[in-house]
Structures are given as C-alpha cells and as structure tokens.
Design a protein around this ligand. Structure first.
Ligand code: NI
Ligand code: MN
Length: 225
C-alpha cells in the first residue's frame, strides 16, 4: 500500500515502504500551500529541477528532518554545500534506497537556481516501492520518449503537469497519458499562478475520453494505491 498526498503545485508526499518521500516541496511563497515547511516530516526529498517552485523548501526540510535529498548531480552538490544530505543521480540512472528505487528520466525544461546558477538538466522520476511505480514528470513539454517510459514501466500513478505556458498544456498532457498508459493520472502544476490557470476537469474528461483513468486531488487530499 502506498499513499500520495498533494501539497499543491508539483509537491507531493509519498508514503511507501515505511518511509515518507517529499517531492518538489514548494511551500514558502506558494499562494496555494496549506502547510508550512516545518509541518513536513519526511526522510527523503526528491527534487526534479532547481527552479524555485520545485527546489522550494527542500534544503530546510532536509536539515530539519535529517532527510536525504535525491536529485541531479548539480543540485545535490548545491544542497550539500548548504549543509543538507544529498544523493546525486543523473538522467537514466537509478539507485536503490531503503524505500525502493528512484530513476531520473528526461524532462524538456530549464533548471537554473533562483540565483541564476547552473542547476544541471531538469528531470522527471520513476519511484518504485513494494511493487508500485509512480512517475512524476517534473516540469516538461510533451516528448516522444514518454512512449518508451510507458513501454518499460508498469506505472500505477502518473503525476503530469497540465498548466501550459511553462509545461505541457491539457491536450499535450492527454497525449502523454496515451504514451505512458498509467493505471491512473493525477494532474499537477496548474492554478498556482494566473498564467497556469487551467481547468483540471477538462483534462480529466479528455483523459477518460481516451479510455484512461484520471483523478483530481484537492490540496491536502490523498490517494491510496
Ligand atoms: Ni520549472
Ligand atoms: Mn515549475
């Protein structure tokens, strides 16, 4: 049994294998967030890229929880230099952790830190724990290799950005679902800012029209699988 709780934007808590993994915990300065960084209890944190709305509060949460940040090599070095524990991975590489396996996948986007310094390449991630696989796409446009990700992985839940402007919009995200073929897709990265204010119901209806399952989670809501 695994449990995903929506923190808002692209932020999640994944409870699996007796561990809690925070993904892209952006809370401070996030107009939609309902919890504070100090409310987050996690032993691992996955960061998909260095943009402020994804790196977010990862470093302070890592230090407060003695958690390990799992992210690309460049972001891992940055976090280590700021005193957090970090495990570096890079695109295509997987590593086993106490809760299961994390593999970084490609994402078409940017990854500079808020101060402009180099944050390596952006990523998505595949998290496998106790036979369940979650795919968090990070921030990305649609790409054909999502088909390969779908072919090679039996994905229980896909977390896909739908907000347009910075990432896939609704129609591209629906095509992504057709490529990935997850058992369930949950949309993310919408409504946080005016420029990404799209309707998740439209996405869910279009996904269902293609014969796939979609679920919209409100902020603070959870999905067990
Ligand atoms: Ni971004
Ligand atoms: Mn973003």
């Amino acid at each position: 049994m695994a449990k995903l709780t929506y923190l808002s934007h692209s932020g999640w808590l994944l409870e699996c294998g007796n561990h809690t993994i925070a993904i892209d915990p952006f809370l401070e300065g996030n107009p939609m967030a309902k919890v504070k960084p100090s409310d987050i209890k996690a032993d691992f944190i996955i960061v998909t890229h260095a943009h402020g709305d994804h790196l977010g509060d990862s470093i302070s949460i890592a230090k407060a929880n003695n958690a390990t940040i799992i992210t690309n090599f460049e972001i891992a070095n940055y976090c280590s230099a700021k005193g957090a524990n970090a495990h570096p991975l890079h695109i295509g590489g997987a590593h086993g952790f106490p809760f299961g396996k994390v593999k970084l996948t490609i994402a078409w986007h940017g990854s500079a830190f808020p101060d402009g310094s180099y944050g390596g390449t952006p990523a998505g991630c595949l998290i496998t724990s106790e036979g369940k696989t979650v795919y968090h796409a990070g921030d990305t446009g649609l790409f054909m290799d999502m088909k390969l990700i779908g072919e090679m992985n039996d994905i229980d839940v896909a977390l896909l950005p739908i907000g347009d402007n910075f990432t896939m919009g609704i129609d591209d995200a629906v095509k992504a679902v057709e490529f990935i073929k997850p058992k369930l897709v949950i949309p993310m990265h919408y409504k946080t800012f005016d420029v990404i204010d799209v309707d998740p119901q439209e996405f869910a209806q279009k996904v269902q029209g293609k014969g796939f399952n979609a679920k919209i989670l409100g902020i603070g809501e959870s999905h067990e699988f």
